[in-house]
Design a protein around this ligand. Structure first.
Ligand SMILES: [Zn+2]
Length: 266
């Protein structure tokens, strides 16, 4: 079972990564600010590092914890007595709400922002930005997710669907992809699109502190953090953070140490 889970996750990750990379080549939204060879090894290297850290620190995956919780019958959803399919759907939606709230928290609390800032310091916005997170942020996210999974009594199937979906949608909505505007408008009624999430990667702090959703587009509208378009437009807007503009910072060792720094050369 764990090896099947790993194979499923890895094949979805690689499948969506390749699909988005091909689409970015065919339908790019913006010209790149930095060559891919300066960003991709570090962005993908940090994913591999996080996977190893998670494997070493956590004896079970979130799906394994959900299976154990299911066996005991604990948590909110079993108590509600929903039919199986409804419990799966409700759990996926509530896990997505939890990730939205966690993302708001990582922007609001200065110490957490130092960790999350590494994700925002990418000077371009493409498929690999969607998986570029500091390993310490990944570990904290896992702890929070396990707490939510246990509190909800989330079905293991829901946790698996949610994790694979979040990984895929994160790569999709960070893609440097020019979707037809009518398709973007229709999609963003339900799902976070690349144009919607790109606003969150603007150097303008009002835009950075908006569009926190990764998956379902509802939360930003519900909690009034939705911003439809960047003020300078998708081509004119600046991606990244004002205090980290040096392309030399896009190296894995500098990315890992970035939470300790205040800006380029500081
Ligand atoms: Zn963010």
């Amino acid at each position: 079972m764990p090896s099947q889970e790993t194979a499923l996750r890895l094949s979805c990750f690689l499948g969506v990564l390749v699909a988005m990379a091909v689409l970015e080549a065919v339908l790019p939204r913006r010209a790149r600010a930095v060559e891919r060879r300066r960003r991709w090894p570090a962005n993908l290297g940090v994913v591999a590092l996080s996977a190893v850290v998670l494997r070493l620190l956590f004896p079970a995956t979130a799906v394994g914890v959900a299976l154990a919780t299911e066996a005991h019958g604990g948590g909110l959803l079993p108590w509600l007595g929903l039919p199986g399919w409804a419990a799966v759907a409700v759990a996926v939606v509530l896990l997505d709400l939890a990730i939205y709230l966690q993302h708001v928290l990582f922007h609001a609390v200065p110490a957490l922002w130092r960790l999350h800032r590494m994700h925002h310091a990418d000077l371009d916005f493409d498929v690999t930005t969607g998986v570029r997170f500091h390993p310490v942020e990944i570990v904290l996210s896992m702890v929070l997710k396990l707490m939510v999974v246990v509190a909800l009594g989330a079905p293991a199937l829901a946790v698996l669907i949610f994790e694979v979906l979040l990984n895929a949608t994160s790569m999709f909505n960070h893609a440097n992809l020019r979707l037809p505007l009518a398709l973007d408008a229709a999609l963003r009624a339900v799902l976070v699109t690349p144009d919607m999430h790109r606003v969150h990667h603007s150097t303008d702090p009002r835009e950075t502190n908006s569009n926190y959703g990764f998956n379902i587009a509802l939360w930003d509208r519900l909690f009034a953090t939705y911003r439809a378009q960047p003020a300078l437009g998708h081509i004119g807007m600046e991606i990244g953070l004002a205090e980290f503009r040096d392309p030399a910072g896009q190296r894995i060792d500098r990315m890992l140490l970035q939470p300790l720094r205040d800006g380029d050369g500081k």
